[in-house]
Design a protein around this ligand. Structure first.
Ligand code: PEP
Ligand code: MN
Length: 375
């Protein structure tokens, strides 16, 4: 079994969040395997739980349940490893593939320990994104595995911790896996919609988005009695429900099916390109104004941030967005970013007026500034 998706379709991995009993593992695996739609079985043996009083997994004795259930069903198996002992025990028990969890990817010491334990053993290893959206940590973990000779590596996008995020448990932040794709074009990236959703009724929509973004597969948690699951009970699905989601998912190709579609897309993309150019020009104009305002503040000893003004900007832009049928949350986030850029620019002007924004001030303002200096 390789970490690459089989054939053309997405790689499908399913199985319980945690292996709890031998019967639960066997029944889940058999129901999933019977569909012929699942390519590998997952089950957590050692569970990284946020609070110490939660179920922390059966540990090593459950490895043989997983291996035997997989063998019985003719499917490869995988589990999460967080240290060298886990790697040794999983591989000695005949588990075929490993994954590194989000709470481990975040720690280079743990990842290096796992990589060292994998020297000379070329099994497929999947690396989940770190809990917070730091792409360097995700890539660093992948590089540590490559450095010891692991040649079958895939990434798992499972979303990112967010203080308050509705409706999902973890913020998908799809842009992070898109960036990973652009940095590592040959790396298979699959999605774990279960841990993004946190609730079973969102799994289908998240899985469909992942496929529409050309991710290479899905890892979906399943349990024979989800409500009674000892971990992640709200997001686990009955095997039969996993299968019906897989049946419903639409796989859309990157290639256009015919010439008219190519032409239509071309026309629309030309317009989008034009609008994007206008957007950049508007942003540049806004930047010039921000510089002028910054200069007035500096000359008159006025603080950069005026909260009332900022709150009214946000309110005004959000209500305008609503009137125009645009998601006000999106517009709010956009203005947070634009505002951060403005504050940074004005802050640099206060310290070093010529080098504001990391580049020289625009010519007009620089001339103004120079004139002022001469006075
Ligand atoms: C899991 O897959 O059960 C798990 C603990 O995932 P994560 O590392 O994404 O939280
Ligand atoms: Mn889980």
């Amino acid at each position: 079994m390789s970490a690459n998706p089989p054939g053309d379709g997405p790689l499908i991995i399913s199985g319980p969040c945690s292996a709890e009993t031998e019967e639960q593992v066997f029944r889940t695996v058999h129901q999933l395997a019977a569909s012929g739609k699942v390519h590998a079985i997952r089950a957590g043996i050692w569970k990284p739980r946020t609070r110490p009083d939660s179920f922390e997994g059966i540990g090593a004795p459950a490895l043989s349940w997983l291996r035997r259930a997989g063998q019985d069903a003719g499917l490869p198996t995988m589990t999460e490893v967080a240290n060298a002992l886990h790697v040794e025990q999983a591989l000695n028990s005949g588990i075929d593939m490993l994954w590194i969890g989000a709470r481990t990817t975040v720690n280079p010491f743990f990842v290096q320990e796992i990589a060292d334990a994998l020297k000379g053993v070329d099994v497929p290893v999947f690396v989940k994104n770190p809990i917070h959206p730091e792409i360097g940590l995700w890539m660093g973990a992948i590089e540590r595995l490559e450095n010891v000779g692991v040649s079958q590596i895939a990434a798992i996008h499972r979303g990112f911790y967010a203080h308050k995020i509705n409706p999902f448990r973890n913020d998908p932040k799809w842009e992070v896996s898109i960036e990973l794709r652009s940095l590592c074009p040959d790396l298979p990236i699959i999605c774990d919609p279960s841990h993004i959703s946190g609730k079973r009724n969102y799994i289908y929509e998240v899985a469909q988005t992942a496929l529409d973004l050309q991710l290479d597969g899905l890892m979906i948690e399943s349990h024979i009695n989800p409500d009674k699951a000892l971990s992640d009970s709200e997001q686990q699905l009955l095997p039969v429900d996993v299968i019906s989601i897989l049946d419903k998912l639409v796989i859309r190709g990157e290639e256009c099916p015919n010439y008219e579609t190519v032409q239509r897309l071309e026309q629309l993309r030309l317009i989008i390109d034009e609008i994007d150019h206008q957007l950049v020009q508007v942003i540049a104009k806004r930047r010039d104004l921000v510089e002028q305002i910054g200069q007035v503040k500096k000359d008159n000893n006025v603080a950069i941030l005026q909260f009332q003004r900022w709150f009214s900007i946000l309110k005004d832009r959000a209500s305008m967005a609503e009137q125009m049928g645009i998601d006000s949350k999106f517009v709010n986030e956009l203005f947070q970013l634009i505002h951060k850029f403005s504050i940074d620019l004005q802050q640099q002007m206060m310290v070093n007026p010529i080098e504001a924004n990391g580049v020289a001030l625009n010519t007009e303002n620089k001339q103004l500034f120079d004139k002022k200096k001469d006075l």
